[in-house]
Design a protein around this ligand. Structure first.
Ligand SMILES: O=P(O)(O)OC[C@@H](O)[C@@H](O)c1c[nH]c2ccccc12
Length: 268
């Protein structure tokens, strides 16, 4: 079993417990009381790099990263630093996140929020919106059936959610293009082996249609890393570890925001 299979198996068990507690129709009824989803795309399409700053306590590759007793405090710092969106890991077993973290962040910030989880069902989408999320992650490596991926992608749209479609190889990029995904994330980390290959973005980005906003994900630590990705066509970077370990996360986000690349040829 790959790491990814193992994570998804755990997510299925936790999901079954929540589904038994709160049936889908009850969750849907809650949507009436939730403010409409925020649209992150104008910020993402504006000039200069935009940061999706992540609330992440732990990961299967690195283990414990940071305690984060108050996710809302961290998120507020990200928002002050100018984050275009805030990603909240809600997977419980390996990333030590929760929907309660997402709700706490929602109560504090008015920046778009991404539910970062291993999503494969309608229930998880409705749950995301009911908790106040504006975006959801859909991973082509988790939803391997293309018609199922299309169904979830369309359903997210009907709920007002923006989809971040995550890909890691050429075949997955083709699937994202086929769906007309507007926000495509290239994960430098292979979730089957947990290895980071920083050349993944430069290899795959040219294959992503230019109508989509391209997001570089994982292993980004410095403004210089961000500038490199901007030169390769990224408008958005998704950063977790570097920011949760930064003593000044507000400044950390600010230093990565609004960058326009290394300026190759622009010096003259
Ligand atoms: O902590 P990093 O290396 O900055 O990575 C953040 C983010 O890209 C990573 O958490 C991530 C990207 N795609 C995912 C899918 C599931 C869980 C986690 C992820």
């Amino acid at each position: 079993m790959s790491v990814l299979d193992d994570i998804v198996a755990g997510v299925r068990l936790d999901l079954a417990r929540r589904e038994a507690e709160t049936p889908l129709h009850e969750l849907r009824a809650m949507l009436a009381d939730v403010a409409p989803a925020l649209d992150p795309m104008p910020h993402f399409r504006a000039a200069g790099s935009s940061v999706i700053a992540e609330v992440k306590r732990s990961s299967p590759s690195k283990g414990h990263l940071a305690d984060i007793p108050e996710p809302a405090d961290l998120a507020a710092a990200y928002a002050r630093g100018g984050a275009g969106a805030i990603s909240v890991l809600t997977e419980e077993r390996r990333f030590k996140g929760s929907l309660a973290d997402l709700r706490a962040v929602r109560a504090r910030v008015d920046v778009p929020i991404l539910r970062k989880d291993f999503i494969f069902s309608t229930y998880q989408l409705v749950e995301a919106r009911a908790a106040g999320a504006d975006l959801v992650l859909l991973m082509a490596s988790v939803v391997t059936d293309q018609s199922e991926l299309r169904r979830l992608h369309d359903e997210a749209g009907e709920l007002g959610l923006t989809v971040l479609l995550e890909v890691h190889d050429e075949e997955e990029v083709a699937r994202a293009a086929d769906l007309g995904a507007q926000l495509v994330g290239v994960n430098a980390r292979n979730l089957k082996t947990l290895e980071v290959d920083t050349s993944t973005f430069s290899r795959l980005a040219p294959l992503v249609p230019d109508t989509a906003v391209k997001v570089a994900e994982s292993g980004i630590f410095s403004p210089d890393d961000v500038n490199g990705y901007v030169d390769e066509g990224a408008r958005v970077v998704l950063v977790g570890e570097a920011l949760v370990k930064d003593g000044d996360p507000e400044q950390g986000v600010r230093s990565m925001t609004g960058l326009t690349g290394r300026g190759t040829g622009a010096e003259a």
